[in-house]
Design a protein around this ligand. Structure first.
Ligand code: BG6
Length: 490
């Protein structure tokens, strides 16, 4: 039977990440994170990591390259690091949550900065940082005041520096133990305030020092680290059930859609194999085992990893309870494109049927319905869209007016397609949280100009400005969408 609309408890809201939104990087006992050394980039250049070499000299290296032996992350006072102040949610959280509450948010996805809770990551004998725990408690209580359900991501693109430098981040098994200590503290601390947890953000695009904490970038190191994340994810799922059986814990992937360029068999089968490089992660975390194609895939990627029977048993016994994902665009695959090991960062071949954002991201609402169906057909598990949106630079006109009709058009067309996925295709969708409801720093470029929000933040690409929050036209539009449970999207 066809459904009539969105479920009545559908989780409408928005999502953010601490390293892009929170700031306060050295406040109240927080330790350093790998992302704190990442400088701002531009639309055309990547981001860099500033390091100090063994001989005392300093350097800037590409964000995805290996850290030379003996080098450490280094903060150069003449450079701008977006994560340090970001958009200062740390000092503005009351106003910011009031703004979200004003739109009638049912849910707010946020991340906890691990190094704020354990400055060294949770090594043996380390005590949690009380001030860090208190900060998130205040944030969560503030959400409760407005009836907003928090969705908490525990690991979003930042690794305590201590673990990266001492254990090679997730490549070292010690990091699993530290992470589990952190998860246990946080889940116990907030067990009455949080129901939804996401242990790892976009696992399929994690690589390098900044996002994965690994100091060298070989395929074997990366996939070994990712295997350790599968183990950590399963252990977090297990722990969650022990702490509160009502917790819902889900995995999270970057899942832009993939189309073959044409019906040339090499392109069609190549697109399927390319897609598996992303779905491999949900295959493991949702189904609970390494899929049949994974041995060949890992070999092709040049990755050799070690697993133990106990680890595989754990992964099997404690799968994710829902599958959440970010969706921004689709990619066109053809067999002549350079291969990358994930689908998150690749823009692929031109799609002549789609318009692009100024950052070159194709805009494809039907692609969202396509991905929702692809995932639901494959897994038959509840789905949650935890990121979607259009990054655009907005113009503040007279009387603080911001006419972001392009953003409304983007979101309207995507909501229209997800409505079809729910009502016509019968996809079990828990919620929809748009990316960056209050403007925040871009993860890919480090710019402020790539804005996703319903609320403008007066800061430029160098972090200069008043930080003042200004409601955009889309603020009132999204409020109406939520109020009518998606019935009125005009
Ligand atoms: C996702 C991340 O990859 O995409 C977010 O989970 C990120 O952290 C978002 O901000 C949008 O990407 P960008 O580069 O526009 O910030």
């Amino acid at each position: 039977m066809k459904k009539n609309g969105f479920p009545k408890d559908f989780l409408w809201g928005g999502a953010s990440a601490a390293n892009q939104f929170e700031g306060g990087y050295s406040a109240d006992g927080r330790g350093l994170s790998t992302n704190d050394f990442v400088t701002a980039g531009t639309k055309n250049t990547g981001r860099k990591i500033s390091i100090k070499l063994k001989d005392g000299s300093t350097d800037l290296i590409d964000v995805e390259s290996s850290i030379p032996v003996g080098a450490v992350g280094y903060i150069d006072d003449s450079l701008y690091y977006p994560s340090h102040n970001a958009t200062d949610f740390y000092h503005n959280y009351e106003e910011d949550i009031r703004l979200l509450g004003g739109m009638g948010f049912k849910a707010y996805r946020m991340s906890i900065s691990w190094a704020r809770i354990f400055p060294k990551g949770g090594i043996v004998g380390e005590e949690p940082n009380r001030e860090g725990l208190d900060f998130y408690k205040k944030v969560l209580e503030e959400c409760k005041k407005y009836g907003i359900e928090p969705i908490v991501t525990l690991y979003h693109f930042e690794n305590p520096m201590y673990l990266a430098d001492n254990y090679n981040g997730w490549a070292g098994k010690e990091t699993i133990e530290c992470y589990i200590r952190y998860v246990e503290v946080v889940m116990n601390e907030y067990k009455d305030l949080v129901r939804y947890w996401i242990p790892i953000n976009e696992i399929n695009v994690l690589r390098g020092y900044a996002r994965l904490g690994v100091r060298n970038t070989s395929a074997s190191t990366r996939y070994q680290a990712l295997h350790h994340l599968f183990v950590a994810n399963a252990r977090a799922n297990k722990l969650a059930l022990e702490i509160n059986k009502n917790f819902k814990v889900g995995c999270m992937l970057a899942l832009s859609g993939i189309y073959p360029q044409d019906c040339k068999p090499e392109n069609v089968f190549g697109a399927l194999e390319f897609r598996r490089r992303a779905l491999f992660f949900s295959d493991v975390m949702v189904r609970g085992y390494y899929p049949s194609y994974s041995a060949n895939m890992l070999e092709e990627l040049g990755a050799s990893i070690k697993t133990t029977p106990d680890e595989l048993k754990l992964i099997k016994e404690f799968p994710s309870q829902f599958l959440s994902f970010s969706y921004y665009r689709t990619t066109v695959y053809n067999s002549s494109l350079p291969q990358r090991v994930d689908t998150g960062g690749q823009l692929g071949a031109e799609n002549p049927y789609l318009k692009k954002s100024p950052w070159g991201w194709p805009i494809d609402p039907i692609g969202l319905r396509y991905v929702l169906n692809e995932l639901y057909d494959r897994y038959q598990t509840p789905l949650f869209i935890v990121e979607n949106g259009l990054g655009m630079n907005d113009i503040v006109e007279d009387n603080d007016t911001i006419n972001d009709d392009y953003r409304i058009d983007y979101l309207r067309s995507h909501i229209n397609e997800l409505m079809k996925a729910v009502t016509l295709d019968g996809v079990d969708l828990i919620g929809y949280t748009t990316w960056g409801p209050i403007d925040l720093i871009s993860s890919g470029t480090g710019e402020m100009d790539k804005r996703y929000g319903f609320v403008y933040v007066d800061l430029n690409n160098q972090g200069v400005g008043s930080s003042r929050r200004i409601k955009k036209k889309s603020y009132y539009w999204y409020k109406k969408v939520i109020e009518t449970n998606g019935k009125d999207i005009n």
